[in-house]
Design a protein around this ligand. Sequence first.
Ligand code: D5M
Ligand code: FE
Ligand code: ZN
Length: 531
Amino acid sequence: MSFQKEISNALSYITANGYQIHPEAFKVLKNLNSNIMEIIQKVVRFKKTRNDDNNIILIEDIRNFCTINISTEYDDLTADSIKISHNTLKKNNEIQEFKTIPTQKNTINKSTTFNESFKIIYDSTDYIDPEEGVNGYISLFKSRFSKTLKILSSRPESKRINKISFVKRRIRQKNNNYSENNNLSSNGNTSIIAGLVMSKRPKKNNIELAIDDLTGVINTIALNEETIKLVSKLTLDQMVMLEIENKGINYIIKNVISPDIPDHLPNKAKSEEYVVLISDLHIGSRYFKENEFLKFLNWLNSSDNEIVSKIKFLCIGGDLIDGVGIFPNQEKELYDSNIYLQMSHLTNLLEQIPKRIQVFVIPGNHDLGRRALPQPAIPKKDAEILYSWKNFTMLGNPSYIELNGVKILMYHGQGLDDIIATIPGLSYSNPAEAMKTLLKSRHLSPIYGQRTPLSAEKEDMMVITEIPDILHSGHVHIMDVQNYRGTLIVNSGTWQDQTPFQQTMGIMPTPGIAIAVNLSTLRPFQIDFSQ
Ligand code: D5M
Ligand code: FE
Ligand code: ZN
């Protein structure tokens, strides 16, 4: 189809669906070169599902659907050849230009600089685009593979990556040659492969690891203490780079290279300002600690406290309400078994947050909306009042925000259940240690098919593509803070007392604590309201 024809089809599609396109957005569309119709269809679908009552398509609407487009083709694995078409829209000057667009109702949206102090870098709500059936999961894993391969490409070892099919073929040929010459297989040179962990089988004196890189699966084995330790810390379905050596029929692991985050200096704000991190209120549960939460709200409203006057931001990391039907026999644990009453109780409490504080909200597994990760923002129809407050930004889980230059990755933390259950040495009592595994694997919920439902998205939004300065999660209900290679890891605990389920699991929650982080130093402070 000619380019003109494609543009003309896209315009027809827009008008047929009752929308118009802003002239600036039209210019951008014309510069996109490809996939114009696909992007427009996504934009329209997204505006419809969000009940966006502004019927003009703006640059920001388009931007939501065409950031970085990594080729999922797997033709050539050298680092330099990973194909990335950076979105030209991401240039700063275009963001400046963006500001001049007249802002209509409901149009101030993602990726826009709202004011000097905060930005929404990435809201998974905007990218949710599941694919039906088994193809969906193929797309998801291809996307995970290529996004993480791009991360690994900064490692010098990546220059030597070979496709698994190639490694196996080469070794087969070599072994055939040797047997023809009546020779035994020799110790070949080492190869580097990169792929997703398909299985991990701990044996008495070793661990077997199967790796899949979309060209084939290879069975490898860790034999010495050092490699066994490294392999035991890998999660299923995460991306990893291995140096392997062929010996007879075995591929012995010589080195394990996780995508990981590098040791780095985090971004810091220029002046002393604070963000407060909380999560897991569980309003509606009999175990919700309302008195403690009211003390917290009172504290936020106190005028004579030096730190409080410097609090500019509040992040709420999901599980705002307890919900209904989340687990069997939940009704017995609810004081309010109507989600709308739970939401209204939530609204009454959150209304007490001073309006000068910017609040960012993501959902958790107890909130309204879909259960599978990534979760879109709590639906507007269920939280109209929260959406109407100017200081509230409702985001998906996960989301990436920037507060005075400090990048915060907000993620409720569902995937931690699977990490804690499967990695030796981890426990619910130190969730920050488990969150470290997320940074090492560069994935927020790597394990597929166990406790954490993952949606078959075309793009794997759970890959940690950008290094956060702060990783904020909840879900585990235990407050924990740790610094890992320059990133501040915070699990913000809960406002719910121990539930019968947690009692059977041996989980001792730490309710009633808020974490405040000084954005100019990244120093965390605990404020305990449980006393
Ligand atoms: O999770 C509250 C706590 O219960 C948290 O520590 C995780 C734990 N939890 C929740 N679901 C599971 C499953 N399926 N297995 C193991 N542990 C779990 P919340 O999301 O607030 O109910
Ligand atoms: Fe929770
Ligand atoms: Zn939760």
